[in-house]
Design a protein around this ligand. Sequence first.
Ligand code: G3H
Ligand code: 13P
Ligand code: ZN
Length: 331
Amino acid sequence: MALVSTKQILEEARKIGYGVGAYNVNNMEQIQAIMAAAKETQSPVIIQASRGALKYSNFTYLGYLMKAAVIENPDIPVAMHLDHGNSLESVVKAINLGFSSVMIDGSLLEDGKTVSTYDYNVKVTRSVVEYAHARGVSVEAEIGTLGGIEDGVGSEKMHLTDPKEAKRFVFETGIDSLAIAIGTSHGAYKFKGSVNLAFNILKEIRLLIDIPIVLHGASSVPKELSDEVNKYGGKISGATGVPISNLQEAIKLGVSKINVDTDGRLAITAAIRKVFMESPEKFDPRDYLGPARTALTSLIVAKMKDFGTSGHAKDYSPISLEDMKKQYVSR
Ligand code: G3H
Ligand code: 13P
Ligand code: ZN
């Protein structure tokens, strides 16, 4: 079994300078598509589930489907990651399900919307670090907030990360990776005008902290995909994302984990809409979920190549969570 922590995946990526996509999952087809892409490109991979995804699937179903991804792909390093945990309680639930990595998003209060204080963030993050590290599980936390609200995740206003505060936060919490806000936001409508990312802040953060950096809201929202959705009866207008060239620049400047959900949603929707429009007589779910799965695999294969993840699955031996636990204890 190659269930690993994101700490190992991201530290290995940092040694060479490539990025690793963290892809959101809600169901079997998404998990299978991402794993097929990882297998095809020989990439380490992070599959992540949000609180919403876990609730939608009644926790146990999604947990076991994610475990199946690990069992079916023994040669691929896979991390099972909780995306946007909002409390110690949500983290405990994920770890009990077998997750190897968790995010605690203390930049927002438990409601996932209201911006919190620095002290609140440190307090909740430290409690998660203590619980998770004792079990060999790695921890991502966030300082600064993204814009945009997507199903209850994210504040309406954006607060870019203050590099000095980030340095203090990493020191005071003992986290393994840090999510920063440099102008991205969740969802399909990221920029009102042209793409505007604060690479100067990223450069400053990189100089001050020495743990892997995470970029949320990193979907590219390619025009071809929204056009495809619209071609088959969808209604998406003015959608924009982070171009691949900007993500590649961010990787060069020190971003190791790149969070992608929206692009996968678009690819799936376009494929399903196409079947519905072109073959209205079909009603077997496999006739539209199958093509959706294939479309998602192609999307992720391209991302694994673009982020430089491909070809790195066998670079290192997986460290078990039991051994990670020993590493944390001896620090
Ligand atoms: O960061 C948010 C992810 O896109 C998950 O979204 O909460 O709708 O599952 P969700
Ligand atoms: P996107 O909405 O850009 O795909 O971001 C997803 C994300 O950050 C999940 O945590
Ligand atoms: Zn996010």
